[in-house]
Write a protein that binds this ligand. Structure first.
Ligand code: GAL
Length: 341
């Protein structure tokens, strides 16, 4: 029995080896039958269209933009079909505008179909638009809003972002809605520390302005003790909060951070200074990074604001695809923030 089985197996193996080794010898008449047996017909090579998408990120070393670019890439890939493919290349501007301009030049020389650009410097939008326009390549600007004038330069540029005024307002409202309205030491004034992102960026400007405006609009007296730029980075948030705590001690009621990265750093400084969030100091950020949402639940952060990287990245990709397909795109595409407190 064993011998028969071995013989059958050897025979089957030999026949399949012959079949694989001799495809050219298949008579033409048999070809349709062979095709019908194939699992799924591959589209003809010339029916598959591959579009090139160049993505420029201002800096890879940024918590929020890391989530954003990962989602952007995977969402774009998820839109591929049997006949439409996207070749997406994402590059790191390393916080250097000259480097990013070179990257744009390279993408244009490579013949990308569309660019998605998170500017290092918003004020360089005009330069990038000029280059893209000359090459006939549409641009979806993301996250760092160019000026209103720069957005009028061409009908094939758009901006996808969230209105930073809203995030600032939400931060202020989170503090204003506390039972003591943020005045932990009861001296009648909310004395605050402001840790800013890169001030060239409207997100930093508006969050700084509108968080405090929400307090004063609610009739709360405020005093600014300290305001410095932390460029969105955790280490700088820690360093600045530590300096402020050393300088102003118990006078500080609230530490406002323009983003969660810096708030994480500020939290370390608060703990090191022996202060307790929710008891003798308040701390707010923006982005709703997963660890900050958990801290809000645990009470170790007063609140944050969801900066919807999923909504924004999908909107940006949808706009890019419309440009590729030759469809019109609105100049501004906004995605809402949400309070997390
Ligand atoms: C903001 C975000 C920051 C930082 C910045 C970069 O919207 O809140 O965490 O990523 O964009 O431009």
């Amino acid at each position: 029995m064993k011998k028969i089985l071995t013989f059958v197996l050897v025979l089957a193996f030999a026949l399949s080896a012959i079949a694989c080794a001799a495809p050219a010898a298949t008579p033409a008449a048999e070809a349709p039958a062979a095709e019908a047996a194939a699992p799924a017909a591959e589209p003809a090579a010339d029916a598959v269209k591959t579009y090139k998408v160049g993505v420029c990120i201002y800096k890879f070393d940024d918590n929020f933009m890391t989530l954003y670019r990962q989602e952007l890439e995977s969402y774009l890939k998820s839109l591929e079909t049997d006949t439409v493919k996207y070749e997406v290349t994402v590059v790191d501007g390393k916080g250097d505008m000259a480097e990013q301009t070179n990257q744009v030049d390279t993408f244009l020389a490579q013949g990308v179909d569309v660019l998605i650009v998170n500017l290092v410097q918003s004020s360089s939008a005009a330069t990038i638009t000029d280059k893209a326009k000359a090459a006939g390549v549409p641009v979806v600007y993301i996250n760092r809003e160019p000026s209103a004038d720069d957005m009028k330069a061409w009908d094939k540029i758009c901006y996808v972002g969230a209105d930073a005024r809203q995030s600032g307002t939400y931060q202020g409202e989170i503090i204003a809605s506390l039972p003591n309205k943020g005045d932990q030491n009861g001296d009648g004034v909310v004395s605050y520390v402001m840790i800013m992102g890169d001030p060239e960026n409207v997100d930093a400007q508006y969050r700084t302005e509108f968080s405090i405006k929400a307090l004063t609009d609610a009739g709360i007296k405020v005093e600014e003790l300290f305001k410095q730029r932390g460029d969105w980075a955790q280490e700088k948030g820690q360093e600045l909060a530590a300096n402020a705590l050393a300088q102003f001690g118990n006078k500080i009621d609230v530490i406002f951070c323009n983003n969660d990265g810096m708030a994480l750093g500020a939290y370390q400084a608060i703990v090191a200074a022996g202060r307790t969030v929710g008891k003798d100091i308040y701390l707010v950020g923006v982005d709703a990074l997963a660890e900050c949402v958990q801290m809000v639940k645990d009470g170790t952060m007063t609140g944050t604001v969801l900066n919807d990287h999923i909504g924004q990245s999908h909107t940006a990709v949808d706009a890019a695809v419309k440009y590729i397909m030759g469809e019109p795109v609105e100049t501004y595409l906004w995605v809402d923030y949400q309070k997390v407190a």
